[in-house]
Each structure stands twice: as structure tokens, then as C-alpha cells.
Ligand binder design. Structure first.
Ligand SMILES: O=C(O)CC1=CCC(=O)O1
Length: 96
């Protein structure tokens, strides 16, 4: 199942910079692992915002929920999710 996810990061302005840097490093490590596993298909910065558009390819809504909750930055994110399905006019035979 494909999910389009918008993540907007809102770190507290008074967060210790070292803590923020560690959270970002941990987030990057997990994000790159999930990309290597083919679960996090796309990760795009939204220009001008501390936010991203992502596409996840996961087995279920439950797996999406569990994956998002594992993210180190999860407590500091606003998350919006849309489920994706094939468009009848798409010329692509797979879902890439
Ligand atoms: O910077 C972001 O948009 C949040 C984020 C998601 C994966 C990552 O490494 O950072």
C-alpha cells in the first residue's frame, strides 16, 4: 500500500541544540534504513519549509502507524496522510 505523508517538523525553539542534532541524526539513520528496505520510497524537502513530502510503501495502515511512531522526530511533527491508489489514466504499469 502506498501512502503520501506530509511531515512538518516543529522543534521547540528552546530545545538544547545538541539534543536537536542527535534527534536529526537518529532520524536520518532510520530514514535511510527504511529507504534501503524499499519502505520509504520518496523523501522530498518542501522548499522553504522545515517539512517533507514522503511516499511510504507498506503492508498496512498499522505498519504505517508503527513506522511513523518510531521516528525520533515523531513527537515534534505534525503529520498528514493520504492513501494512494492507481489512477485510471496513469500510463505506468507499476506503482512507481
Ligand atoms: O527533515 C525532515 O523533514 C524530517 C526528516 C524526515 C527524515 C529525515 O531524515 O528528516
Amino acid at each position: 500500500m502506498l501512502f503520501h505523508v506530509k511531515m512538518t517538523v516543529k522543534l521547540p525553539v528552546d530545545m538544547d541544540p545538541a539534543r536537536a542534532a542527535q534527534l536529526k541524526a537518529d532520524e536520518k539513520e532510520l530514514a535511510q534504513r527504511l529507504q534501503h528496505e524499499g519502505k520509504w520510497r520518496h523523501l522530498w524537502r518542501i522548499a522553504g519549509h522545515y517539512a517533507n513530502y514522503s511516499v511510504f510503501d507498506l503492508a498496512s495502515v498499522e505498519e504505517l502507524h508503527d513506522t511513523l511512531m518510531q521516528l525520533p522526530l515523531f513527537p515534534y511533527m505534525d503529520i498528514e496522510i493520504d492513501g494512494l491508489c492507481r489512477h485510471p489514466s496513469s500510463i505506468h504499469s507499476d506503482d512507481r
